[in-house]
Design a protein around this ligand. Structure first.
Ligand SMILES: Cc1cc2nc3c(=O)[nH]c(=O)nc-3n(C[C@H](O)[C@H](O)[C@H](O)COP(=O)(O)OP(=O)(O)OC[C@H]3O[C@@H](n4cnc5c(N)ncnc54)[C@H](O)[C@@H]3O)c2cc1C
Length: 309
């Protein structure tokens, strides 16, 4: 119920306008968002690298409806890739197609994505296409297979969500084509005909897809904070003699830092997804929906700071 309400709120633009001007809400956002500028994101990547953890920078923003906004987001990505290279930090980037004008025109989106991928290729970097709601899954994969992968190869990769019923077939095809896949559970509210309504099924599917990707995939990114699944991944790697260099774990900025360090200390590759920018509201609401206890946790921190601890 709470999850549904928070996810519904994440899509309400008028609520965002109200919340964005609120200093308390901005403090809330800081728990999960690195800051508003490229410099703050690069600094977060540098700090992660200091813990031997790599990063993925993500400029927050999605569902763009004006070509000018998409061009501005593209230019920020071009600057991010230069800033990452200049700072010498270990980081790649993640992009949402709707941020690059996917809903305006696919040609426009292709032009924006091509500029980003050309730059990433020149820097020897990598661009992940974040996966959005199930309304975009087929379109995203079609766009990837037809327009991006043939030209840019493994400079670009995709995300698969274990919540979706279709994902096993998608994973098989991606493995066959040697595509780099990030596996996550899925952050969106989905109808029961396309997604498993029961969380236990989402988790079970995650493990099944994870094992396929670990055995036969091209350097999969296993994106989860689920301790049971992480233990399972480690045991599966040991059992099947899969070297830890063949996959990486991925987590979100501000979530389970203890586990991030533990895994890295245990010799596993660990990457943290670092979102930044002014458009933090839908992202923050999805994180709160995953764990409503975060509301109390962050409120506690904000109050402690306000009274000067
Ligand atoms: C690197 C990365 C990239 C992602 N990219 C995408 C994407 O492209 N598309 C997409 O739909 N989703 C994406 N997600 C989000 C993902 O789909 C899940 O919504 C999110 O990761 C929570 O699922 P979980 O696997 O951690 O498992 P859950 O079962 O939700 O959580 C397991 C445990 O992790 C901890 N935890 C989980 N979330 C939080 C939180 N917000 N705060 C504090 N603790 C928490 C809790 O201890 C919880 O019990 C991404 C996630 C990661 C880590």
């Amino acid at each position: 119920m709470m999850r549904h309400s928070l996810l519904w709120l994440s899509e309400q633009k008028q609520v965002f306008r109200f919340v964005r001007g609120n200093p308390l809400a901005r403090k809330f956002a800081h728990r999960f968002v690195a800051g508003e500028t490229i410099d703050s994101a690069v600094q977060a990547a540098r700090d992660l690298n200091g813990r031997k953890i790599t990063a993925t920078l993500d400029l927050l923003g999605e569902s763009i409806t004006e070509a000018g906004q998409a061009a501005a987001a593209r230019d920020t990505y071009l600057q991010m890739l230069d800033a990452i290279a200049k700072a010498g930090v270990q980081s790649n980037v993640s992009v949402k197609l709707t941020q690059m004008g996917f809903d305006i025109s696919e040609d426009l989106c292709l032009a924006n994505m091509s500029a980003i991928l050309d730059k990433a290729k020149a820097h020897g970097s990598f661009v992940r296409l974040d996966m959005e709601s199930s309304a975009y899954t087929q379109r995203t994969l079609d766009f990837f297979y037809q327009k991006l992968h043939p030209t840019f190869g493994n400079t670009v990769g995709v995300v698969i969500q274990s919540a979706l019923r279709r994902s096993a077939a998608d994973v098989d095809l991606l493995i066959e084509k040697g595509v780099r896949v990030r596996l996550c559970k899925g952050a969106y509210l989905e109808p029961a005909d396309v997604a498993f309504p029961d969380k236990a099924d989402v988790d079970k599917n995650y493990v099944m897809l994870m094992e396929r990707l670990m055995e036969r995939g091209n350097y999969p990114g296993l994106a989860t904070h689920d301790q049971v699944i992480l233990e399972r991944a480690k045991a599966f790697a040991a059992q099947q003699k899969i070297d830890p260099s063949r996959f990486e774990f991925q987590m979100l900025y501000g979530v389970r830092r203890d586990l991030q360090d533990q895994l890295r200390g245990g010799g596993y590759n660990m990457r943290v997804y670092v979102p930044f920018g002014t458009q933090w509201y839908p992202y923050l609401m999805r994180r709160l929906a995953e764990r409503p206890a975060n509301i109390a946790f962050i409120m506690g921190n904000v109050v402690k700071e306000a009274v000067g601890r």
